[in-house]
Each structure stands twice: as C-alpha cells, then as structure tokens.
Design a protein around this ligand. Structure first.
Ligand code: AMP
Ligand code: ZN
Length: 110
C-alpha cells in the first residue's frame, strides 16, 4: 500500500535489518528498540488489524507465530520473550500494517 512504511520495507524501498524472510512474511529489527532484542514480524500482504482476518490471513498469523517460536533461540530469546500486537490508535499503533513485536533478551518489566 502506498505510503506504508512496512510495505516499503517488504519491497526493499526502505532498508531494514532482516533476520528472517519467506514468501509470506518478514522479520526485521525495530529501528527504535524497546528491549535488547526487539523484532517486528510482518505479513507481506498489507492489512492493518486482526479485525480484518480472513481464513487465509488467520492461517498466516499462525505461521508467523510458528516462525517466531522456532527461531526464538537463534534470535537470542532462549530465556523467554514477549509478543505485542498493538491494535488501533488508543493502543499506540503507529504503523497501520499488522505487526507482531517480539521483545526479549533481558528481564522485561511491564
Ligand atoms: P506500533 O506502535 O505498534 O505501530 O509499532 C511500530 C513500530 O515500528 C515502532 O516500534 C517503530 O519503532 C517501528 N518502526 C517504524 N519505522 C521503522 C523502520 N523504518 N524500521 C524498523 N522499525 C520501524
Ligand atoms: Zn503496508
């Protein structure tokens, strides 16, 4: 989608520090990390909200969780990690392209 920063990262128009990519998703380092390890997992298809899930997107989100779980140790998250999915302005969603924050690499507070 035009003017979507994560779509531009998916196409390579904006550079990112990728740690994983396949045909359906991308995982890259957050540019303003809130923890020692702070990654963002995004679908390559643009949609903003879980409220927009179709059966195919639901399956994709499941695969995103599976990729995160299976790569967590390689990403320095063997002691645990936190997933955050902000939904909407009040929750602090600033990029309106679905993304799963993956946070860890340290003892996390609230
Ligand atoms: P949210 O507040 O849930 O919408 O999170 C958006 C996240 O995207 C923030 O943590 C930003 O630091 C991150 N972000 C924005 N632009 C970029 C970028 N060009 N590369 C990597 N992360 C970004
Ligand atoms: Zn997008």
């Amino acid at each position: 989608m035009e003017n979507c920063v994560f779509c531009k990262i998916v196409t390579g128009e904006i550079p990112s520090a990728k740690v994983y990519e396949d045909g359906e998703m991308l995982v890259f380092k957050d540019i303003e990390p809130k923890a020692s390890v702070h990654l963002l997992c995004v679908p390559k298809e643009h949609f903003a909200l879980l409220a927009e899930l179709t059966p195919a997107r639901t399956a994709l989100v499941g695969r995103m969780l599976n990729v995160i779980a299976s790569h967590a140790a390689a990403w320095g998250l063997s002691d645990g990690y936190r997933l955050v999915v902000n939904q909407g302005e009040s929750a602090g969603q600033t990029v309106h392209h679905l993304h799963i924050h993956v946070l860890g690499g340290e003892k996390l507070g609230w």
